[in-house]
Design a protein around this ligand. Structure first.
Ligand code: AMP
Ligand code: MG
Length: 486
């Protein structure tokens, strides 16, 4: 492997898996690729040369217009349960260009999203538009800054073509990286349609993501166990920042435990467990408060796909899988509670903490309090705005909380330090994201997007400049709606 002029140091280990797991595909040519936002710190982390890559030559590579000899574009096959229904899917509008081996030795998939049709496009054009690609860039980078495992965004390239949707929209390609794009749905695909590849896929996944399990006697069961743990952790982190993924189909759940597929996701303003943003989620299937149980359901689908590897004996395989799945709920609860304690400034644990947290959440729901800002107000003991703080219920809760803090015995300063580290000053507020996207889509003015990305880069700074970005939207009669696959 040789590093080229951009610093790419690619391997193509996925292409060495059975060919039923992918298709080699050339990206579509686009008229005028132009980078509109580029992630310099990420490029450096990956061992890439930001100057070379953000040039016209870099734009040609990141748009798929030029496929250098060291790239091997492929679309990954996968299946998945979408809103509970099983379908064949696959990368219908994304291509894996290669796996970048960073200077740290870490392996990252570099994927281009919006590169035209593949055998898995099911009639779609394989294209992507500017608004959703910038939206993914903003939110995935914000998630990373919040300390949440996620795919990350390297660049958005304007393609110079108009893509027909409800209207003609400016086309774009997102260059993103992840530990891998192996999904629960990849295993479901193998189990259902390519059984000969299942064990090889599992071995590959073990080597790539959980090499410490290599020597275990029941290594596939250990894989299931670790994925359950990683997802329990991930979803707990989402819940702690009010993130609604929006489309938790099994094909959108990564085996690495990273957040992937930023379609209709959005953050809560007002706290309400029933919150749904996605325009197609009519029944609240993927509502904020349902995310842990949906994760558990998806993991059961993962376990099903793994069954043939768990034991020769069907009953024994099912029994072993069920025992692992049964642990999800406790794991999730302990990750979540540990995070909530920190949000309340508690460095130790007491029996009644769960109730203390639940009482606060119930009050927040009852009084339609803003999720992020309530925790900020608690952090800074700033109870001037909001109806919640005027209530006797809250006064009683606060008294309980103060007593609990006193028992934990930490100084006020260290309590506040912990809370500042655990409660973000800014999240990508929906109205702020929309405000930044509008000029980008309408007049190719990317300044507001770049500014928003900067503001979101250090959410725990609690700097004065962040204050205006913390303001919730003006109340409006219309709920915020998001769209996927657009
Ligand atoms: P998603 O909602 O992004 O998880 O996508 C679900 C499936 O639809 C995946 O297989 C995507 O690759 C595919 N898909 C989404 N948009 C397009 C498009 N414009 N053209 C082709 N395939 C698409
Ligand atoms: Mg998807």
């Amino acid at each position: 492997m040789e590093t080229n002029e951009f610093g790419f140091n690619f391997d193509h280990s996925y292409s060495r898996l059975p060919s039923s797991l992918y298709s080699l595909v050339q990206p579509a040519k686009v008229p005028r690729p132009e980078i509109v936002i580029f992630n310099e710190p990420l490029a450096e982390l990956l061992g890439l040369d930001p100057a070379a890559l953000s040039s016209a030559a870099g734009a040609a590579v990141l748009s798929g217009n030029r496929v250098p000899e060291w790239a091997l574009p492929l679309a990954q096959a996968y299946a998945g349960h979408q809103f509970g229904y099983f379908t064949m899917l696959g990368d219908g509008r994304a291509l894996l260009l290669g796996e970048q081996i960073a200077p740290s030795g870490q392996r990252w998939d570099l994927q281009l999203k919006g590169t035209g049709p593949t055998p898995y496009s099911r009639g779609g054009d394989g294209k992507a538009t500017m608004g959703p690609m910038l939206r993914e860039y903003i939110i995935s980078e914000a998630m990373h800054a919040l300390g949440i495992p996620t795919s990350r965004s390297l660049a958005v390239v304007a393609t110079g073509e108009l893509v027909p949707r409800e209207t003609l929209l400016p086309g774009a390609i997102l260059a993103r990286v992840a530990q891998s794009h192996i999904r629960v749905g990849t295993f479901q695909y193998a189990a259902a349609f390519a059984p000969d590849a299942l064990q090889k896929l599992a071995d590959y996944t073990l080597e790539r993501h959980y090499p410490q399990l290599r020597g275990e006697a029941d290594k596939y069961l250990a894989l299931l166990r670790e994925v359950i743990r990683a997802q329990a952790f991930l979803v707990s982190r989402w819940m702690l920042v009010g993130f609604v993924h929006g489309v938790m189909n099994t094909d959108n759940m990564a085996i690495s435990g990273e957040t992937i597929d930023y379609g209709p996701c959005a953050f809560l303003d007002t706290y309400d467990p029933a919150t749904v943003f996605s325009s197609i989620d009519h029944h609240g299937h993927y509502a904020y408060g349902r995310q842990p149980e949906i994760a558990a359901w998806n993991l059961a689908r993962f376990a099903e796909a793994l069954l043939p590897l768990l034991s020769q004996e069907e009953k024994e395989a099912a029994r072993a899988a069920e025992a692992e799945l049964a642990r999800f709920s406790d794991l999730y609860d302990s990750f979540y509670l540990e995070g909530m304690r920190r949000k309340l400034g508690l460095a130790d644990a007491e029996e009644g903490d769960r109730e203390l947290v639940q009482q606060l959440l119930d009050l927040m729901a009852k009084h339609q309090a803003d999720f992020t800002n309530t925790f900020l107000d608690l952090t800074f003991q700033a109870f001037s705005t909001g109806t919640l703080y005027q209530t006797d219920d809250f006064a009683r809760w606060e008294e309980r909380w103060q007593e609990r803090l006193a028992r934990s015995g930490q100084s006020a300063a260290s309590v506040q330090e912990l809370m500042k580290r655990s409660n973000p000053a800014v999240i990508p507020r929906n109205h702020r994201v929309e405000e930044a996207l509008r000029p980008a889509v309408q007049k190719a003015d990317y300044g507001p997007v770049r500014t928003l990305v900067k503001v979101l880069q250090d959410p725990f700074a609690h700097s004065p400049e962040q204050r205006e970005y913390a303001t919730p939207p003006e109340p409006s009669g219309l709920p915020y709606r998001t769209f996927c696959g657009t």
